[in-house]
Ligand binder design. Structure first.
Ligand SMILES: *Cc1c(COP(=O)(O)O)cnc(C)c1O
Length: 393
């Protein structure tokens, strides 16, 4: 048993039950109390170490990949990935079932590149046979873009079958694994893909400030000249970094230092598997506890990721989300509003410096808050349950 010691946030700050920025450890925050010269050998060694540690997380197929950090938030890394690997005359099929899929599609439009979207609504998973069918009917599509864990609902999309359908049709797969990488394994020897993007402030539990693209070296080599953007050119960043050991433009030095500390903690915890297992326990405790209170989850267990959970707001007229939010915050927990279009919902994140003991306190805080609000029944409106029935299909 590796008992991960999770210390409460400093200075009475609330836990962030949000999918990034999230609660980070004191050691990770402390690592920022020093300044580094971006060109200095010490910082170059830190960049090298960070890239090697991230690559090691890919498992068996790591040799064929390289890691390219990119300044900016996660969306900058996704935009860099799309603009660098999809040629200007390429065409993407974006698989959307939530805000992040739609953002990738919008990014393609900004880039002026051809895109078709399979929009599954708020939370239905895009399936392999649907992808195969669209690809068979459209030979111009060069790339499929998939979201690993769609953070707006918490659904874990079936990447393995999407990959099979994509490469079965001779096309290439790019993955937004922002909220999956580091906790949900994506072994490239089992699931083929060209590149994935993630960022510092999700499952590795760093502070926000940069993203990274993990890509096949063959794809990196072929990406020269594709990018629409100087700053977001993954090929140029990769070539420069491999030649000089430096980032092309000012790196977020303190964020990198914090991230390295977070990477060491990730390894000490037991790597991707152990991190995913802790998040899985967090999810299980919250789902079971909230269901005991009468809450219902949007997703059936089959599709529920260990990253974030969407709950329907109770139908009880005494339930007012803004009050629930403030009362939870008063008890030390920042929750997350929902993003569904049809029914009211809220989300509870499972990632960050939290363990099952903290999650039990979250459930207890929710129980107290319901009592305080005079909500006797946390069951959602019938319309919400009907909507969810569509998932059973
Ligand atoms: C967090 C996240 C992003 C990036 O969001 P930023 O706010 O730009 O960091 C992209 N995709 C998914 C699935 C995410 O969870």
């Amino acid at each position: 048993m590796t008992a991960t010691r999770i210390a409460p946030p400093a200075q009475g700050a609330p836990y962030l039950l949000t999918p990034g920025p999230l609660s980070t450890s004191t050691a990770t925050k402390r690592a920022m109390l020093r300044d580094w010269g971006s060109w200095d050998a010490d910082f170059r060694a830190m960049t090298r170490d960070m890239r090697a540690r991230l690559l090691a997380m890919l498992g068996q197929g790591a040799d064929e990949f390289d890691c390219v950090p990119m300044q900016g938030s996660g969306s900058f890394a996704v935009e860099a990935m799309l603009g660098s690997f999809i040629a200007r005359d390429g065409k993407a099929l974006v698989l959307a079932n939530g805000a992040y899929g739609l953002r990738s599609a919008e990014t393609m439009r900004y880039l002026g590149r051809d895109v078709v979207v399979l929009d599954k609504g708020d939370y239905l998973p895009p399936r392999g046979d649907e992808v195969a069918q669209i690809l068979a009917g459209d030979p111009d599509i060069t790339h499929v873009v998939a979201i690993h864990c769609e953070t707006s609902s918490g659904i874990l999309n079936p990447i393995a079958e999407i990959s099979k359908a994509t490469y079965g049709a001779g096309r290439k797969l790019l993955i937004d694994s922002m909220s999956g990488f580091g906790a949900i394994a994506l072994d490239a020897t089992e699931t083929r893909y060209e590149a994935l993007a993630s960022s510092a402030n999700k499952c590795i539990e760093g502070v926000p400030g940069f993203g990274f693209v993990m890509a096949r070296k063959t794809a990196l080599g072929a990406a020269k000249g594709n990018s629409h953007s100087l700053a977001l050119d993954v090929h140029a960043q990769w070539a420069h970094m491999n030649k000089t050991g430096q980032w092309r433009f000012t790196p977020p030095t303190h964020v990198v230092a914090a991230f390295l500390e977070a990477l060491r903690a990730h390894e000490a915890e037991g790597g991707v598997k152990a991190r995913g297992a802790r998040y899985g326990r967090n999810r299980d405790v919250v789902v079971a506890g909230m269901r005991d209170l009468g809450f219902e989850t949007l997703l059936k267990d089959r599709w529920q990721s260990p990253i974030i959970i969407t709950f329907f707001c109770p139908a009880d007229p005494n339930f007012v989300f803004a009050r629930f939010y403030e009362a939870m915050k008063g008890r030390g927990f920042i929750i997350y509003p929902g993003k569904l279009t049809v029914v009211d919902s809220f989300r509870i994140g499972c990632i960050g410096q939290m363990d099952e003991h903290v999650m039990r306190q979250v459930v207890a805080a929710a129980a107290e808050t319901l009592t305080e609000m005079g909500v006797t029944n946390a069951a959602p409106p019938l319309a919400a349950l009907k909507e969810r029935e569509r998932l059973a299909a």
